[in-house]
Write a protein that binds this ligand. Structure first.
Ligand code: NAP
Length: 300
């Protein structure tokens, strides 16, 4: 059975992409959207994001059989508390948050008589807001579903086939394992990008205009990641604190080893590592997770 009435709370990049993708791939679904920001609601209506844009969170969910929360992870608890009294019994409440243990806890604290099944589409861009979304965002990307032990298998199947219908590949895993994997594949890379771009900005020996002028040397690739939404990423680091700190510790140790290799002219160590990392890039392309065009497909 597929959902008939989908409610999307939060109409930014992910929420608006979900609306576009659902319209395109699920012709019989009724979509209702809500966002806390009146400007975002007005813009969502203007661009025809979904059939109904509700004025309040309560009215947004009144007929829903699937509700997907697409707000920053730090706002999940507040949204769950707003919806708690108004959700139809037995409706499925899911989300797209980038951390899974903290979001489940936030939802569980307020919601009862509904089925909570957290999920995370591992897809995105550095843009935010209702104009940033597009229907193909989830195509060929992974959506990780982290059902709690008591989630009914029928509801998991409904959510799984919903995401598959949008073109995503679905993986089911434990929330703790999700948070550890994402700490290394997503959260740490963002932290490193934020650091490098911040450090370059603070340098006194090199001017800011020189940093920007010569950015094609590698720096500009970090600036894409470091342009990601500040609120969203603040919340991710605070919500997935333990896993991020654990990965950061390992990273610092590896960085120190590299520092030593450079200091003591251990060229073979450097070369061996760089050969291994080049293989990783090859695997990412072979798995269809990036384009093989050189320089990320930039026009030259
Ligand atoms: P976004 O573009 O900033 O959109 C979030 C929207 O939620 C904004 O319009 C925001 O309004 C609204 N909002 C905030 N608090 C709210 C509340 N209490 N009630 C209703 N609406 C509220 O962010 P996004 O990139 O779509 O991210 C949304 C979620 O997806 C996050 O949990 C993030 O971790 C997850 N995610 C993001 C990516 C990515 O690459 N961006 C990928 C996968 C998953 P205001 O702007 O007025 O605050």
């Amino acid at each position: 059975m597929s959902p008939q009435n989908l409610t999307i709370i939060g109409l930014g990049l992910i929420g608006s992409s979900l609306a576009h993708a659902s319209r395109e791939n699920c012709p019989n679904i009724q979509i209702t959207g809500y966002d806390a920001s009146p400007d975002v609601r007005a813009r969502a209506s203007e661009i025809g994001l979904c059939r109904n844009i509700a004025d309040t969170p309560e009215t947004a969910v009144q007929n829903a059989d699937l509700v997907i929360l697409c707000v920053p992870v730090g706002a999940m608890a507040e949204v769950a508390a707003q919806l708690a009294e108004h959700l139809p019994k037995d409706c499925i409440v899911s989300d797209v948050g980038s951390c899974k243990q903290s979001v489940y806890k936030a939802l569980q604290d307020s919601l009862s008589n509904v089925i909570i099944i957290p999920a995370h589409p591992v897809a995105g861009t550095e843009k935010s807001g209702p104009d940033a979304g597009f229907a193909s965002l989830f195509k060929g990307r992974w959506c990780i579903i982290t059902p709690p032990d008591n989630a009914p298998s029928k509801a998991i199947e409904i959510l799984q086939s919903f995401w598959q219908g949008l073109g995503a590949n679905v993986e089911i895993m434990d929330a703790q394992h999700h948070d550890m994997i994402l700490a290394i594949t997503s959260h740490l890379p963002h932290l490193i990008a934020y650091t490098i771009v911040g450090t370059a900005n603070d340098l006194e020996e090199v001017t800011k205009s020189e940093v920007i002028k010569y950015s094609a040397g590698g720096f500009r690739d970090f600036t894409r990641i470091a342009a990601s939404d500040p609120v969203m990423w603040r919340d991710i680091f605070l919500s997935n604190k333990d896993a991020v700190l654990e990965m950061l510790q390992r990273f610092s140790e590896d960085l120190t080893a590299l520092q030593r290799a450079i200091r003591y002219d251990k060229g073979d160590e450097l070369e061996a590592l760089f050969a291994r990392t080049r293989e990783i890039r090859r695997s990412v392309i072979e798995e269809g997770q990036d384009d093989e065009a050189p320089d990320f497909g930039r026009k030259h």
